[in-house]
Design a protein around this ligand. Structure first.
Ligand code: AR6
Length: 177
C-alpha cells in the first residue's frame, strides 16, 4: 500500500526500508550502535562495514556509554540506496517510568532535527520500537502521526513511514487519527 497525506509530504507505505532511495533512512538501533536484529540488522547487512565503522567511531568519541534513548546520530549510508543512516534508540516499552510516548516522539523529532542540520530533506522511518522493543503498534500510531504532523509544519521536508508488512501499514492508518 501507499497513502499520501499533507499534500504528498507524508507517505505511508509498506516495504523494506533498505530499498528506500532518500537522503536518509532512520535505523531503529540500540544504544550500543553496534548492530542487532530487525531493521538494524537489515541496514548493516545491506549497507556494509562503512556504517559500523562510523558507529564505532561515534561510540569511542562521543558516546562511550552508548547512545541514550530518544537521541540520534548520523552516518554514511554505505552501500545503501539512501545517502545516510540516522541511528536512533527507541524506548523499550514499559521500561521508562511512564515516559515511553515522550521518548518515542523524541526519536522522530531528533532524527528530523539532525537531518535538517545536515541539509537533508527526504527521510524514511521504520516503525521504531514496535518490534523487539515491544511498543504496541496501535498505541505508537497516534503518537507518531502527531509528531510527524508537527515536524512537517515546522520544516520543508518529506517524510516516509515504511512498514514491513501491508497489514502494519494499514493498521497504522486506521489507528493514527
Ligand atoms: N524494513 C522495514 N521495517 C522493518 C524491517 C525492514 N527491513 N525489518 C523489520 N522491520 P525492530 P525495535 C520492522 O525490532 O522494536 C534490534 O535488534 C518490524 O516489523 O527492528 O525498535 C536493534 O538492534 C517492526 O515493526 O526495532 C535493537 O536492539 C519495526 O521494524 C532492537 O531491535 C521495528 O522493529 C530495536 O527494537
Amino acid at each position: 500500500m501507499h497513502e499520501e497525506f499533507f499534500d504528498g509530504r507524508l507517505i505511508v507505505k509498506s516495504g523494506d526500508l533498505t530499498d528506500e532511495t532518500v537522503d536518509a533512512i532512520v535505523n531503529a538501533a540500540n544504544s550500543t550502535l553496534l548492530g542487532g536484529g530487525g531493521v538494524d540488522g537489515a541496514i548493516h547487512r545491506r549497507g556494509g562495514p562503512a556504517i559500523l565503522k562510523e558507529c564505532r567511531d561515534i561510540r569511542a568519541t562521543r558516546y562511550p556509554d552508548g547512545l541514550p534513548t530518544g537521541e540520534a546520530v548520523i552516518t554514511t549510508g554505505g552501500n545503501l540506496p539512501a545517502r545516510h543512516v540516522i541511528h536512533t534508540v527507541g524506548p523499550i516499552y514499559g521500561m521508562n517510568a511512564g515516559r515511553d510516548a515522550e521518548l518515542l516522539e523524541a526519536c522522530y523529532r531528533n532524527s528530523v532535527k539532525l537531518a535538517v542540520e545536515n541539509d537533508l530533506s527526504t527521510i524514511a522511518f521504520p516503525s521504531i520500537s514496535t518490534g523487539a522493543y515491544g511498543y504496541p503498534k496501535h498505541e505508537a500510531a497516534p503518537i507518531v502521526f502527531r509528531a510527524v504532523a508537527d515536524l512537517l509544519s515546522d520544516h520543508s521536508i518529506e517524510l516516509r513511514l515504511v512498514f514491513f508488512s501491508e497489514s502494519d501499514a494499514s493498521s497504522f492508518v486506521q489507528h493514527c487519527a
